[in-house]
Write a protein of this length. Structure first.
Length: 134
């Protein structure tokens, strides 16, 4: 019988969840996962604690960022995925060297409020909000 902890692998489907395991989660909810092997660049927002394979980079915000803004960021990360392949992996060094273009405040900081409001205004956002209530 499988456990209850999500196992995030290098998949482009099911939010990256490839299995359930009986291990204690090693990553908190509210982070992004980005495979650099397999389905390179398919970024996902993780809404529950999880375990990740070593084929996946885990991106942890430096400061509090809401789910909606992180969903925006994951979408922007996916725009970069076509530049990388199995032969030219998007490893940690290349990720650090990649510029992800985000809306910015006049001070030049990421405009998290704008990103969040934009995502909440999309037609599917009501379905995402309902899933939070379930």
């Amino acid at each position: 019988m499988p456990g209850a902890t999500r196992f995030i692998g290098a998949s482009e489907k099911n939010n990256g969840i490839t299995d359930l395991c009986d291990l204690q989660p090693i990553f908190e909810a509210g982070t992004l996962t980005v495979p650099y092997n397999g389905s390179v660049g398919f970024a996902f927002y993780q809404d529950e604690p999880y375990w990740a394979s070593d084929d996946v980079q885990v991106l942890i915000p430096n400061s509090p960022v809401d789910k909606w803004a992180l969903l925006f960021v994951s979408t922007m990360i996916r725009f970069e995925k076509d530049r990388f392949t199995y032969g030219y992996k998007w490893n940690l060094a290349r990720m650090k060297a990649t510029t992800i273009h985000l809306p910015a405040t006049p001070a030049g900081d990421p405009d998290w409020d704008h990103m969040s409001a934009y995502m909440r205004g999309l037609p599917f956002s009501a379905a995402v909000a309902r899933s939070e209530e379930a």
